[in-house]
Design a protein around this ligand. Structure first.
Ligand code: GAP
Length: 538
């Protein structure tokens, strides 16, 4: 599948629009259209239902060390600025960026890829032409090199490439031979500089630096900040998880790949609190449980993978981190993009919010201090330990964090669902068909209701059926154009079932129900439709 085809379908059928499009758009921001909002809501609802609502705390789930409880929260987007100081985001949540003095564009340092090239007979090492990561990086580099040397496509053979494609971060500090991704002359990129990804905002009318705060870059910290409130106001006992779905904001230097890297996006996060002695087992449980969830929702085996981080990739407090990754079609062949991270965070977060920002010292974590001995960022001073009244033990729970992106999951489900096959048209002739084969739980519209023709009492019966079904499911009524075309329109937006009222319905009260994937049509009594659809939708 070409990504452009999916992007075009998303716009044409109302899944996704560029934000502020009438003013030329705003890079890194996306709006969900009438179908997109239903799809993304279904993704979030499926997650919330499967992780929180349908979780049975009386039964030990397969692979879990014991029973556990799940509960939820909905925290504010703007929180006390000290939260971000203690969590480490204020000091450490940055990317390196380079600026182009010629084009005034800014790039994420590790995203700029290039290769040395020269004209036939030119001196080495030549020019390091660059581009941002794309599906076909070499093709983009070919184009950039031809443009730089003022050559045409037919002269491609005369270019002499040296070495492989690599990031500019491997070149050291000398960028004098580097041609920026959009520049005409070389040597215009600045040295890399740190750039904090949090969006700053001001609270209140005075607007001084003391009133500055941030839009949250993750939902997780709101959960840690409310750990004591949840323990004090409910009867939850460790082990238990707190789930939250909500917006997060990151001022990404190079937002790209459709919604994959956006500046405003939604996260679905769980902070799972457990006894330190059991945390390794809970980490394995959550890693496997979350992987299984994506497969249950329809992501195919070979495009979905689990990748355990190497020790040097992990945060200093983590004893295990795995990413669930998907092979998005916009990535170069063989590359995968992160859908969700599952991290063993130890007691880092609760201790940070008690004691102050922590840093690694030897094998342990200590409060980071200024030269005068004061904590660099003071904690709340509140007691965030947990007292187990059965074992009479007081401890700081360890945390396992499965952190998923609702937009990335929605994009992966869209990519996976997009399929082109053949299906017979109204005249029985095989025709190419585009369909979105969503899992029925995720499909924005569950069923469409059609009268075969607009006469003989069929529209009246069809509209009655539509009214009955609408009380239970998201359904769509369509009486325009030939029925074959109406099927195609529904296939293209992923509707799993189409219900048609025909001449026989008028006689015996049965309707046909057509399956999007098998194309099989079966007759069902209209009185049985709610039950039948309920069963088929799962
Ligand atoms: N609390 C941990 C945390 O936030 P993360 O790996 O930075 O971890 C978790 O983010 C998930 O949020 C990612 O796996 C991804 O699905 C989503 N995400 C992160 N940055 C994103 C962005 N710029 N655009 C869309 N989704 C993003």
């Amino acid at each position: 599948m070409q990504m452009e085809q999916l992007v075009a379908l998303c716009k044409r059928r109302g899944f996704l629009f560029q934000s502020s499009e009438i003013y030329g758009g705003l890079n890194g921001f996306w709006d969900y259209g009438p179908l997109g909002v239903l799809l993304k809501r279904n993704v979030k609802d499926a997650w919330w239902n499967d992780m929180v609502m349908a979780h049975n705390e009386l039964v030990v789930p397969s692979g879990a060390p014991s029973t556990y409880e799940m509960t939820g929260l909905d925290c504010t987007i703007i929180m006390h600025p000290q939260i971000w100081k203690c969590s480490g985001h204020y000091d450490l949540f940055h990317d390196y960026m380079v600026d182009c003095r010629e084009t005034k564009k800014r790039y994420r340092y590790d995203h700029v890829l290039g290769r040395f090239v020269n004209r036939a007979g030119g001196r080495t090492p030549g020019i390091f032409v660059t581009t941002l990561e794309t599906g076909n990086t070499q093709a983009a580099l070919d184009e950039a090199a031809l443009k730089f040397f003022g050559l045409r496509k037919k002269d491609l053979e005369t270019l002499q490439w040296e070495g492989g494609i690599r990031s500019i971060s491997t070149l050291g500090k000398d960028f004098s031979n580097v041609l920026g991704p959009d520049a005409k002359t070389h040597g215009t990129l600045t040295e890399p500089r740190e750039f904090n990804l949090m969006f700053k905002t001001v609270i209140g009318a005075l607007g001084s630096d003391e009133d500055a705060s941030f839009l949250r870059p993750e939902t997780a910290q709101g959960i840690f900040a409310n750990f004591k409130n949840v323990c004090d106001s409910t009867r939850v006992r460790v082990p238990f998880g707190i789930a939250q779905v909500g917006k997060s904001f990151r001022n990404e230097i190079t937002p790209r790949n459709f919604t994959f890297r956006s500046r405003e996006f939604e996260q679905m996060e769980i902070e799972f609190f457990c006894h330190p002695s059991q945390s390794a087992q809970w980490y394995t449980y959550w890693r496997d449980r979350r992987f299984a969830w994506y497969t249950e929702m329809g992501l195919a085996g070979e495009r979905l993978r689990m990748r355990e981080h190497d020790a040097d990739e992990m945060s200093h407090y983590s004893c295990g981190t795995a990413d669930i990754e998907y092979q998005f079609p916009f990535l170069p062949p063989g590359e995968f993009g992160e859908l969700e991270g599952i991290a063993h965070r130890g007691d880092f977060d609760l201790r940070s919010h008690m004691e102050g920002k922590l840093v690694k010292e030897g094998d342990g974590l200590v409060v980071e201090r200024l030269p005068n001995g004061q904590p660099k960022h003071r904690g709340s001073g509140k007691d965030l330990t947990y007292y187990d009244d059965l074992t009479k033990e007081r401890f700081v729970p360890h945390v396992i964090e499965p952190s998923a992106g609702a937009d990335r999951a929605t994009l992966a489900f869209l990519c996976e669902a997009y399929q082109v096959d053949t299906a017979p048209d109204e005249k029985g002739q095989p025709q190419e068909r585009v369909s979105l084969k969503f899992h029925p739980r995720l499909a924005p519209i569950k069923a469409a209701v059609f009268p075969l023709v607009k006469k003989d009492g069929m529209p009246e019966i069809a509209s009655e059926i539509y009214g009955e079904l609408k009380k239970h499911f998201s359904v769509f009524y369509d009486d325009k154009s030939a029925v074959g075309r109406r099927y195609r329109r529904q296939d293209e937006i992923g509707t799993p079932f189409c219900i048609t009222v025909d001449g026989q319905t008028v006689q015996d009260g049965t309707v046909t129900i057509r399956d999007r994937d098998t194309l099989k049509q079966e007759r069902v009594s209209r009185d049985e439709l709610v039950k039948e659809l309920g069963q088929r939708l799962g």
